[in-house]
Design a protein around this ligand. Structure first.
Ligand SMILES: Nc1ncnc2c1ncn2[C@@H]1O[C@H](COP(=O)(O)OP(=O)(O)OP(=O)(O)O)[C@@H](O)[C@H]1O
Length: 303
């Protein structure tokens, strides 16, 4: 379990993280979402003891990460895929980490196979593509078979097959009872993977809830209606409480009323309807609306 309490990080002029409090539970994939510059990486770095908080605490299974001598057995993390020694091979890189964390050598070969890097294991990391580096970073995170896993933007650089694989991996790790915390600035990446969401903007908490709750809270539906008798149908639906707006192509967009109710009213009043289509706003759109203020604030550089 990850517990963040009133966590704050202030750089000279910037409040990168500001009084952030949330909990990440085991057995689930939790998405950590926020627009660029929201403070995700800073939060993850504080969790891993790489940055010192200005105030507040961040603990993993009840203790700060720094208090764990053989860290990789407790927490596996992928932060920056470029942050590895390019002159070494993948095997040498993982073997060194295994040694310093008291992890058996056989585990190195297991994780290389798990991420699909066995064939290139003896090549220099310097020649790896971004996708291969991401896979190596994931292998590093898995090395100590840890109960808690943290991934910062893990999808970056992966091809569609890699994205599918990594989603399946996260789901499996969570199903094994581990805590899986994954950051992204794109809701679309989380839609298919996360059970829970922590959404931040400008270093502050915006939402902490299940994906289902997030969808229910913010999903707006509208109905496209096509009819040769627009004026009558508009009057009819408006009287019944709907909002009706004409579209450029002669159809109408109706909100605050279901397609079923629109069809029922049209039938009852003998108005011909040629099309009735329900549209659901994407979670990505809902996420952008929710975080719009923090993006504007950032663009205005007023932090
Ligand atoms: N070492 C630093 N010194 C000064 N400011 C910093 C430092 N590190 C981060 N920041 C600032 O803190 C804020 C949060 O940055 P952070 O990298 O944590 O955001 P993020 O949510 O991870 O964004 P991204 O999705 O772009 O990686 C930004 O305004 C950034 O410019």
């Amino acid at each position: 379990m990850i517990e963040v309490n009133e966590l704050t990080k202030r750089y000279r002029k910037v409040n990168a993280v500001n009084g952030l409090t949330f909990t990440v539970r085991p057995g689930q994939v939790t998405g950590f979402l926020g627009p660029n510059g929201a403070g995700k990486s800073t939060t993850l770095r504080m969790l891993l003891g790489l940055n010192e908080p200005t105030s507040g605490t961040a603990t993993i299974d009840g203790r700060p990460f720094r208090d764990r001598p053989r860290g990789l057995r407790h927490v596996g993390a992928l932060l920056d895929a470029h942050d590895v020694h390019g002159g070494r091979s993948a095997t040498a890189h993982l073997s060194a980490l295994a040694r310093s964390n008291g992890i058996g050598r056989s585990r190195v070969h297991e994780v290389l196979a798990e991420v699909g890097l066995t064939e290139v294991a003896r090549r220099r990391i310097g020649g790896f593509s971004l996708g291969m580096r991401q896979r190596l970073g994931i292998a590093t995170a898995l090395l100590g078979d840890p109960p808690v896993l943290i991934f910062d933007e893990p999808i970056n650089g992966l091809d569609p097959e890699g994205v599918r694989w990594v989603r399946g991996l996260f789901r499996r790790l969570a199903a094994e009872g581990r805590t899986v915390f994954v950051s992204s600035h794109l809701m679309s990446e989380m839609e298919a993977t996360a059970d829970q969401l922590i959404v931040i903007g400008r270093g502050e908490l915006i939402a902490a809830e299940s994906l289902a709750q997030f969808a229910a809270r913010s999903t707006q539906q509208s109905v496209t209606v096509r009819t040769p008798d627009g004026t009558r149908l508009t009057d009819l639906l408006t009287t019944e409480g709907a909002r009706v707006l004409p579209d450029d192509d002669g159809s109408f967009t109706v909100t605050d009323m279901t397609a079923a109710r629109i069809g029922e009213l049209a039938f009852h009043h003998r108005v011909m309807v040629q099309e009735l289509t329900t549209h659901t706003a994407s979670l990505e759109k809902a996420f952008m609306e929710l975080t719009a203020d923090s993006v504007e604030y950032l663009a205005g550089d007023r932090r």
